[in-house]
Design a protein around this ligand. Structure first.
Ligand code: ZN
Ligand code: ZN
Length: 336
């Protein structure tokens, strides 16, 4: 590990602190490689931790798990990579089935290992996926949220009775996950409606997805209207809205986890054969597909990503906290 570097530490609820000469206490492991972090995204789960609502991410930790970096040292030195932040065991039945996201013996970057809101970070080599050198680092850093979306849309495709392009789809939320979901669905030619309460984001949805977003607080959403619903918020309100808006035989894919418990309309679920499917992160295959899809332009031009130097992390977190950020994704650049 590098002796001293700039890093952003989560210090207390609603507070992150930029530290110029951070000294890591994390032990290097044999299979670790050192990355020079080029770009790192602020995730909804980082915000959740920032609000003091994630008991797994405690003060003192360096958050951040959506990164693009350059390998420093070793035989692969100089290669540009992104990586799967879930460090799984590789030997349990889930890992062997390729469903490594369900491994229970896992660590995570930016949770119980040092994260990427720093100039350097260690990560096991097996987590890394190489990116083309000419790709914009901010786009490479989007691979992790895009992989979540690839996984979610894949579940919708597998569980739906009809081909996805013939489905009327409701996407709830137009943060990074909701927006990327909408963009991927657009590439399939899907007809959709998008819900977003933050009006600052409506223009971005219009410009990039070509759909006028609906504000569910002031506009009503039709009942029994959608074949597939992808809930990227996961609050009690959105889950009850989903159960009203889903058609008989429809599929609800739950991605967001704003609330950890919600009530389910078990009567409708049973009598109308609604499928409610949970969706957690991605497997290594989703991760590789996501990078390819970003590269090939399936998510559009991604010009909505907004960057700040790492030293302005505190400002960026605060803007996100106050819903003042019109951009669905903020990335930090540690070497500016
Ligand atoms: Zn994330
Ligand atoms: Zn495992």
């Amino acid at each position: 590990m590098i002796d001293k570097m700039s890093a952003v530490v989560y210090t207390a609820p609603n507070e992150v602190t930029f530290v110029k000469d951070y000294q890591s206490t994390q032990q290097d492991r044999d299979d670790d490689v050192l990355l020079r972090i080029e770009s790192v995204g602020i995730c909804g789960s980082d915000m959740h931790a920032y609000h003091g609502k994630d008991p797994r991410r405690k003060p003192g930790v360096i958050l951040g798990h959506e990164f693009c970096g350059e390998i420093v040292g070793g035989k692969n030195s100089g290669k540009i990579v992104t990586g799967n932040p879930l460090i799984t065991c590789g030997v349990c039945s889930y890992c062997l089935q390729g469903r490594d996201n369900l491994c229970s013996d896992r660590d995570m970057i930016g949770m119980n290992r040092q994260g990427a809101f720093a100039q350097y970070m260690n990560i096991p080599e097996k987590c890394l996926v190489e990116a083309p050198k000419d790709m914009d680092p901010n786009h490479v850093a989007l691979t992790e949220p895009a992989a979540t979306v690839v996984h979610a849309v894949d579940i919708a495709i597998k569980e739906s009775y009809m081909p996805i392009k013939d489905c009327h789809v409701l996407v709830i939320g137009a943060g990074a996950i909701g927006l990327l979901t909408s963009l991927l669905l657009k590439s399939y030619g899907v007809k959709m409606q998008i819900l977003e309460t933050n009006l600052a984001r409506h223009q971005c949805v219009k410009e990039h997805v070509g759909v006028s977003a609906t504000n569910p607080i002031t506009q009503s959403v039709k009942n029994e209207e959608f074949d597939v619903i992808i809930d990227c918020v996961g609050s009690e309100k959105t889950s009850s809205l989903s159960f009203e808006a889903i058609k008989t035989g429809g599929v609800i894919v739950n991605v967001g986890l704003q609330s950890w418990t919600s009530s389910v309309n078990i009567r409708k679920l049973t009598l109308q054969e609604i499928k409610l499917v949970g969706c957690y992160t991605y497997n290594m295959e989703d991760f590789k597909s996501a990078l390819k899809l970003i590269r090939s332009g399936d998510f559009g031009n991604l010009s909505w990503v907004k960057e700040y130097p790492l030293s302005e992390a505190s400002f960026a977190f605060n803007e996100l906290h106050n819903d003042r950020m019109s951009s669905a994704k903020v990335v930090l650049r540690p070497h500016y």
